[in-house]
Ligand binder design. Structure first.
Ligand code: SAH
Length: 359
């Protein structure tokens, strides 16, 4: 190792890679299981406290590896119990993660990128542009930090990849993070407790369909036609509604499982009964459930939240067409932790320019 190289970050390694790293240094690979237990199951990152490892191995770990953990720089609690964490990464960049104490299940809303390149018209994170991808260790690191801060190491929780960023635009790190979270010697999370939400980057979606670890899938649809969706989700100009639905129809689903279609309701834009009827027609034959998200309005977002009557009417049309439909409750709006409100002002960049590069 050169004197300038940073020590290897242990939390960037999947267990087989950690086993190989230990073996390469003359130790037995199975110690990786114990280390995973300490770091992910128990929440100990100080190797000197890993008391079932030999002194020699602890010394080696301390000398040659780091265990980097995002630092909490701000923590806000909403009147509804939702908590937002601003976390600082090793390079000083920051991301937000949100804890939603819904009954009966607890949910961590986790970020996959600093900022986002997708530039959806109603989303504040999209205004930042993409600053950088998170590493797998940083994605899982948010889960470690929240589990500790909330004393939830021994509590079951769900994870939604619905924080900042587009998970399929950071595919490899996201999948690696899912494998680390699923490791039976670590968090041992069932992929059924994890939901990946995406605008629908088609080639990545097709790749996801072949993954051994399969999270629940949520598609941010928001409109039933290309004409409408193209104005809201710029990437739709590349991957259109019908192509996305076609992939969803082929997507391997376990029995009784459904793909969630998220639909942000914008007054006068996509909330008319005829939009609902078009949506119902589009989703006919898809194992779907529709999650309506009334817009979380914010200064600078050029849309309005529909009236409760309009939301009810829209939901009723879908239900009348035999769709499973729910309306997402807005949580943590008073601390700007609700969907689409995550933004770190200092990291702002031009999203439009970056998207032009992608398309
Ligand atoms: N990039 C991914 C995941 C992050 S966004 C995706 O697009 O799915 C998580 C959800 O919040 C998406 O459905 C997104 O469209 C929605 N959202 C974004 N801004 C919002 C806002 N202002 N009000 C309500 N929902 C919003």
């Amino acid at each position: 190792m050169s004197s300038q190289a940073l020590p290897e970050d242990l939390v960037e390694l999947e267990r087989p890679a950690l086993e190989a790293a230990l073996e390469a240094r003359g130790h037995r690979g199975f110690h990786a299981r114990q280390i995973f237990g300490w770091v992910y199951r128990i929440g100990v990152t100080d190797v000197s406290s890993m008391t079932d490892l030999s002194r020699e191995l602890r010394a080696l770990l301390a000398a040659e590896f780091a265990i980097r953990t995002p630092a909490i720089v701000q923590r806000d609690k909403s009147v509804d119990g939702t908590e937002k964490f601003l976390l600082k990464l090793v390079d000083g960049r920051t991301v937000e993660s949100v804890f939603i104490p819904d009954t009966p299940s607890m949910t961590f809303c986790i970020s996959t990128q600093v900022g986002c390149a997708m530039a959806c018209a109603f989303c504040l994170t999209g205004r930042m542009g993409l600053v950088r991808n998170l590493t797998a260790g940083e994605i899982v690191g948010q889960v470690r930090v929240l589990a500790d801060a909330l004393h939830m190491r021994d509590v079951h929780f769900n994870i939604v990849l619905m924080g900042m960023g587009e998970p399929l635009h950071n595919y490899d790190a996201t999948m690696k993070a899912l494998r680390i979270l699923a490791d039976e010697h670590g968090f041992n999370m069932s992929p059924r407790r994890i939901t990946l939400s995406t605008v629908g980057i088609l080639p990545a979606l097709e790749k996801l369909a072949r993954e051994p670890i399969m999270p629940n899938l949520a598609i941010s649809l928001h409109a039933p036609t290309d004409a409408q969706r193209g104005d809201l989700v710029p990437l739709n100009r590349k991957y259109g509604v019908n192509d996305i639905i076609a992939v969803c129809k082929r997507f391997p689903l376990k029995r009784r499982h459904r793909i969630t279609f998220e639909y942000v309701l914008l007054a006068g834009v996509n909330d008319r009964p005829e939009d609902a009827r078009r949506l119902a027609k589009l989703l006919a034959g898809v194992k779907s459930k529709v999650n309506l998200i009334p817009l979380n309005a914010a200064p600078g977002i050029p849309f309005e939240r529909p009236s409760d009557d309009a939301i009810d009417r829209f939901a009723r049309v879908l239900a009348d067409h035999d769709l499973v439909v729910s309306v997402r409750k807005s949580r943590g709006r008073d601390i700007r932790a609700a969907c689409g409100q995550l933004i770190v002002e200092s990291e702002r960049k031009s999203a439009a320019q970056q998207l032009a590069v992608m398309m």
